[in-house]
Ligand binder design. Structure first.
Ligand SMILES: [Zn+2]
Length: 360
């Protein structure tokens, strides 16, 4: 379905100020972007649009940076940081020709609100009671934490994966289509999926969620980590690490989408990253958050909210530059790949030396 400016009814905005903000940004920047609404998500008596935006190069092989938010409805801050970046981008493009040049050499693929129904309900799951980050047909190796790792007992418990053998939920199918088509000719791509709610630090997680063994792309991820840490030494707020260092799960969409990509393009380089904003810190600073479910995942105080919207803009800018220049720094030759892998193992898997067995 193509985009029309009056696609969303007033009713759909109830409880969804982010959707209103997104559509006003689309109005403001419509000459700078390609806009699609591949599906509407049914929610009670209305249908909520699932937006896919593209900006920048239309060259089929341009490196792609995908920005994704709102997978878990209650983690609204993920969508909000993307909208904050998008607003800044649209306004800078009026005068900033360096930014224009940047976008001439890469493509942004933006899915700012994957789960609009969950966001409207202020729930983690989608309107069918499914946790979209446990819903992919991916089984973890070994034991996962009880419930948190994904469960098929009941949709009234959290972390429900959906029925065994059922197709992907509509939100995930639309996300999978957007990523699959967006990356189908890309030798180089990075994605950032913005979440909140785990720990006290901002974590940048690499795959796999399904396995504690090293992910085959860990060498490239390590090189990206070094680029950031070396170039932004005062931004030690981020902890770069494989997700499985924290916990493993079944059904992770980025495991699924990475494996899909690697099957199509065994020589390509795709680094999916999950940003987990450390919202426990917000609770620690203001324990009243504990009594507001929303407050466990989102900054409540206005000054803190503004600070969170600001603090990740550097990361987004960095990822644009890093995506554009991947041909320069991503490990290419076999010996370079081996070196990058060895460096990654020394940092994240110090117990493993010599015998490298990556997860499959
Ligand atoms: Zn989340």
């Amino acid at each position: 379905m193509t985009y029309t400016s009056r696609s969303t009814s007033n009713k759909a905005y109830n409880g969804l100020p982010e959707l209103q903000e997104l559509e006003s940004l689309i109005q403001e920047g419509k000459d700078l972007m390609r806009i699609r609404v591949p599906v509407h998500i049914q929610h009670q008596d209305t249908h909520l649009p699932f937006y896919v935006l593209e900006m920048g190069s239309t060259s089929p092989e341009a490196p792609v940076l995908a920005l994704v938010g709102g997978v878990h409805g209650v983690e609204r801050i993920g969508t909000q940081v993307i909208l904050s970046f998008l607003k800044s981008l649209i306004r800078r493009l009026h005068w900033d020709n360096l930014l224009q040049d940047q976008l001439d050499h890469l493509r942004l693929l933006i899915v700012p609100m994957v789960n609009p129904g969950g966001m409207r309900d202020n729930t983690r799951c989608n309107p069918n009671g499914v946790d979209l980050m446990r819903n992919a047909p991916v089984e973890a190796e070994g034991k996962t934490p009880w419930l948190v790792g994904g469960q098929r007992l009941s949709r009234s418990l959290p972390w429900f994966r959906g029925e065994n053998g059922a197709p992907l939920e509509p939100e995930n199918q639309a996300l999978a289509d957007a990523i699959h088509h967006g990356l189908k000719q890309q030798k180089y791509a990075i994605s950032l999926d913005c979440h909140s709610g785990f720990g006290t630090r901002d974590r940048l997680w690499f795959p796999y969620a399904k396995s504690t063994a090293p992910w085959p792309g860990i060498g490239a991820a390590h090189r990206l980590t070094e680029l950031f840490e070396h170039s932004y030494p005062s931004h030690e707020q981020y902890l770069f690490e494989p997700q499985a260092h924290s916990y493993t799960t079944n059904g992770d969409m980025w495991d699924y989408l990475y494996d899909d990509y690697a099957r199509q393009q065994p020589d390509g380089c795709f680094i999916p990253i999950t940003l987990e904003m450390g919202s426990w810190l917000w609770v620690k600073k203001n324990p009243r958050h504990l009594f507001r479910y929303h407050g466990l995942f989102n900054p409540v105080l206005p000054h803190r909210h503004q600070r969170i919207l600001r603090r990740h803009l550097v990361l987004f800018d960095f990822l644009m530059s890093a995506t554009r220049t991947m041909p320069m720094w991503a490990p290419a030759s076999a010996s370079d790949q081996q070196r990058a892998m060895q460096d990654a193992l020394s940092r994240w898997y110090p117990g493993l030396d010599g015998n490298i067995t990556t997860a499959v």
